[in-house]
Design a protein. Sequence first.
Length: 116
Amino acid sequence: MSWELRRAQRRTATDTVVVADAMTEAPLGTLGNLSASGMLLIANRPLPEDGLFQLRFALEPGMAPIEVGCQILWVDPAAAPGQYWTGLRFICVAGDDVARIRAWACAPATGAGQPS
């Protein structure tokens, strides 16, 4: 049996959501899952543990981008070469963006193979 011990409800991304460094505009990877308190980033390079980043991403095509300040909690190599599972904790998110993240994370997943 699997127990979900996380406090914040999270949703797995079913479509590709590119996550970029807001300072350089360089893509850092794609969204794995998202909650109001953090995210799983599938990074395209190893990022420094405990590093601080300002990230930008749009949860759906045509949606205004969300910008978050975050701290890297952990990094593990993924099975795919050149990919790294990266756990991030949000440390700074605008109030409107917190509401948008929470609404998205609590909504049923849609996309390829998902009911709408």
